[in-house]
Design a protein around this ligand. Structure first.
Ligand SMILES: NC(=O)CCC(=O)C(=O)O
Length: 263
């Protein structure tokens, strides 16, 4: 399965520029053979949190039409990163996922808000899980800071995810945490992690280094420190292979850990 990893250079608060760049890169990814494309976090506005009133996508209407049309036209699954949305009176950091028929299969609001970047002052948190189906593939999607909560990703793995997509705006300052946390999440859940970071140098430095990691923890691809489109081939059979070799899911003793329950 070929994944188009779009490590986008996100322009600060320039919604038009970001939409046209994303469209160009999705088209290019599909020309290069991508069957699924993945975008970074808050790609429509970046972290212009104090300007969301004017630029967040109201009810996600524009993004939904844009992603649905591209998915249908190009026959590609789109894990739409996340966009700033306004729903009712509140702003959210929302991941929208479309299958290759153009159907919305996942709408997820970031569950854990990152105080260090003031998200809790501007955004409301979601509280629903985000497992979805892309053709035969059982997948899930989370957003950036969510990866610091192993129980949240475990829940998605328990609900069947073979691949967990992560969309992020993860600053260079903590890029070592990014790499180690992602590798740990892949190894402990014995699943693929496809994690797409952004590029920018304003207002904070984000230097990419997106990652695709297989269920044994081997890093299949690390993004450059500049905008990049990479097509990374993953073999889903590897999930069963690793889960048979070390049967973590059979050996779990859920009675010891409290309330991690499947849906
Ligand atoms: N956008 C985010 O959630 C950033 C998370 C982050 O930087 C971290 O260290 O965690």
């Amino acid at each position: 399965m070929k994944i188009g990893c779009i490590q986008l250079k996100v322009s600060f608060a320039d919604v038009e520029k970001n939409f046209s760049r994303v469209e160009m890169l999705i088209r290019e990814a599909v020309e290069k053979g991508a069957e699924i494309v993945v975008l970074p976090e808050m790609w429509n506005t970046s972290y212009a949190l104090d300007r969301l009133e004017g630029i967040a996508d109201v009810d996600g209407v524009r993004t939904k039409a844009f992603l649905a049309n591209l998915a249908r036209e190009l026959h590609v699954h789109i894990v739409g990163g996340s966009v700033s949305t306004k729903k009712g009176d509140a702003f959210y950091n929302t991941m929208l996922t479309y299958n290759n028929s153009g159907e919305l299969v996942g709408e997820y609001d970031k569950a854990h808000l990152f105080r260090l970047m003031d998200e809790h002052l501007y955004l409301a948190a979601g509280s629903t899980q985000n497992n979805f189906q892309l053709g035969d593939l059982d997948a899930a999607g989370v957003i950036c800071y969510d990866i610091r909560f192993p129980e949240w990703l475990r829940l998605h793995a328990l609900n069947g995810a073979q691949v967990i997509f992560v969309s992020a705006q993860w600053p260079t300052a903590r890029i070592d945490h990014w790499k180690i946390l992602l590798q740990a999440r892949a190894i402990e859940n014995q699943c693929f992690i496809v994690a797409i970071n952004r590029i920018s140098n304003k207002p904070e430095n984000f230097n990419g280094q997106s990652m695709v990691i297989e269920p044994w923890g081997e890093i299949l691809w690390t993004g450059a420190e500049d905008e990049e489109l990479a097509i990374v081939d993953i073999d889903i059979a590897k999930v069963d292979e690793v889960r048979k070799k070390i049967p973590v899911y059979d050996d779990r003793r859920s009675e010891l850990y409290g309330d991690l329950v499947k849906k």
